[in-house]
Design a protein around this ligand. Structure first.
Ligand code: P6P
Length: 343
């Protein structure tokens, strides 16, 4: 019985098209898949084995960690540190990068990850996910420091996410388009089910946390108001709204049927001295790589996210990503507002 193309087969066939590929990257990706399968298993068993709820600890973000945040982080570390393909790891759940223990060989890649994004919703059974970004370790660096991780998103070798929902999927890009794979639990393999995913340039669906409306800057207010005005307004079409409070779920919906996702910098975040809500290195950059490779766009509102030069491992940025025409409209509204402010 033909189960279809496995992710492993897909990666190896992609590797064959890359001159000089050694197979290290393929092997690393396979280890990441294994980690995601283990996390999927833990997430799916949740309440059955008493691992829902808070761990009563805080992460570097000052956020209360869920038990599954810690479990997922440990799974990523234990599945990857021994492989010999990594020079270092960084995680939303760890203040500093993790060095590869001396007993293991070091490799040429760096991985950054959010082990369980959207975990604030895990107790109410909403789709959550693991987001990862792979960079090359700078030549000759054996013990990578924070600055070795602080590379612009354009330097990513690969980006992907696993989404633990009604089905477990893995969606990834290594710069040659975006492909989605669904976990076939009967054989324990991710099977190619969504080839060459593309985001429609136009959309009628926006995603934003409307409870922050009173804190938004003018360009975001203008864009959302026009969506809400619908046919009677300047957009001359009605819009729908979604908000899952799980970035992986939002991005997956946009990859599947289009849309725009916005988490802008607003006066509430500014008052807390924040530069945004979402983290650049292991949320915005990997998701931006995927979205751009699927024909979409990803901006802070004033700059392409993947062009940003990071200055901190846990740096936060405003995010406007999805259908290209809509992202460009939001960017245009920022430019108009800036011109008015200068005039
Ligand atoms: P809010 C989840 O905690 C997250 O980092 C993203 O996955 C999600 O889009 C956002 O925060 C949700 O934020 O304000 O709705 O809690």
């Amino acid at each position: 019985m033909d189960h279809g193309t496995t992710l492993t087969q897909f990666i190896i066939e992609e590797q064959r098209r890359i001159p000089g590929a050694t197979g290290d990257f393929t092997s690393l990706l396979n280890d990441i898949l294994t980690a995601c399968k283990k996390i999927a298993c833990a997430v799916n068993r949740g309440g059955l084995i008493g691992i829902l709820g808070s761990a009563d600890t805080e992460n570097v973000q000052g956020e209360t960690q869920k038990k599954l945040d810690i479990i997922s982080n440990d799974v990523m570390i234990n599945s990857l540190e021994w492989t010999g393909h990594l020079a270092g790891m960084a995680s939303e759940e760890m203040d500093d990068p993790l060095s590869i223990p001396a007993m293991y060989p070091k490799g040429k890649y760096l991985i950054l990850f959010d082990p369980l994004d959207g975990s604030s919703s895990i107790d109410v059974n909403v789709s959550v996910g693991t987001i990862f970004s792979i960079l090359r370790c700078p030549e000759g660096v054996k013990e990578p420091k924070v600055e070795d991780f602080l590379q612009p998103g354009t330097q990513q070798v690969c980006a992907g996410y696993a989404i633990y929902g009604p089905t477990t999927m893995l969606v990834m890009t290594s710069g040659h388009g975006v492909n989605g794979f669904t976990l076939d639990r009967s054989i324990g393999e991710f099977i190619l089910t969504h080839s060459d995913m593309k985001i429609p340039a136009d959309t009628q669906e926006f995603a934003i946390n409307m409870s922050n409306q009173r804190f938004w800057d003018v360009p975001i207010k203008r864009y959302v108001d026009e969506c809400i005005e619908g046919k009677e307004g300047p957009r001359k079409k009605d819009f729908n709204m979604r908000w899952v409070a799980s970035m992986v779920a939002e991005v997956h919906r946009i990859l599947t049927r289009g849309g725009i996702f916005m988490y802008p910098l607003d006066s509430k975040l500014k008052a807390k001295g924040q530069t945004g809500k979402l983290r650049l290195m292991y949320e915005a950059n990997p998701m931006s790589f995927i979205v751009e490779q699927a024909g979409g766009a990803s901006s802070t509102g004033t700059a392409r996210i993947m062009d940003l030069q990071p200055n901190d491992l846990h740096q936060r940025v405003p995010v406007v990503l999805g259908s290209k025409v809509e992202v460009e409209k939001v960017v245009a509204y920022h430019q108009e507002a800036d011109k008015k402010a200068v005039a």
